[in-house]
Design a protein around this ligand. Sequence first.
Ligand code: PRP
Ligand code: MN
Ligand code: MG
Length: 185
Amino acid sequence: MNDLLNDLEKILFTEDDLKKRVRELGESISEDFKEDSAPILLVGILKGASFFLADLAREINLPTEIDFMSVSSYGRGKVKSTGVVKILKDLDEDIEGKNVIIVEDLIDSGLTLSYLRDMMVRRGAKRVKIATLLNKKAKRKKEVNIDYEGFEVPDDFIVGYGIDYSEKYRNLKVVGYLKKEIYSK
Ligand code: PRP
Ligand code: MN
Ligand code: MG
């Protein structure tokens, strides 16, 4: 069968779970920024964050701009562990004076995020916050302070709602574990 769902071992979060949690995160953001007249700018990190960003943005009831960045880690080994990232697509607009919320689908090592956070601060953002749908704490190499977190997840092969395995499964409406026979092929 060609049904994407058949490749899942187990569903971790259903469409309803995701919707409910994303709504709660949107409400927290709206509450935290309601007295702040600076604009909110959601910065999605391509490609994984695009689905979460689209849903989160619609749960915020304050003026909200969106932008995207595409990044990749520099090289392997030593260089990668420095957490310096190469910017493949930068932001379209200036962020000076804006309330930037960096939006991720999943945080693993945290290297990309901590680099990006520092960069946003250097560029003159008023406040810089981090929102992630999923948090894989076990993989953390660099501590990052997460302001808005959807769910904590174990260190397993997780796909769906933006998260891929070899570019596949991003378009699943649920988040789940991939069957072992799929990734050990
Ligand atoms: C994944 C995920 C995060 C990043 C987290 O993206 O979407 O962006 O890795 O890893 P880190 O915490 O170790 O930096 P990936 O690089 O696979 O690109 P994609 O979003 O296009 O799938
Ligand atoms: Mn990503
Ligand atoms: Mg990926």
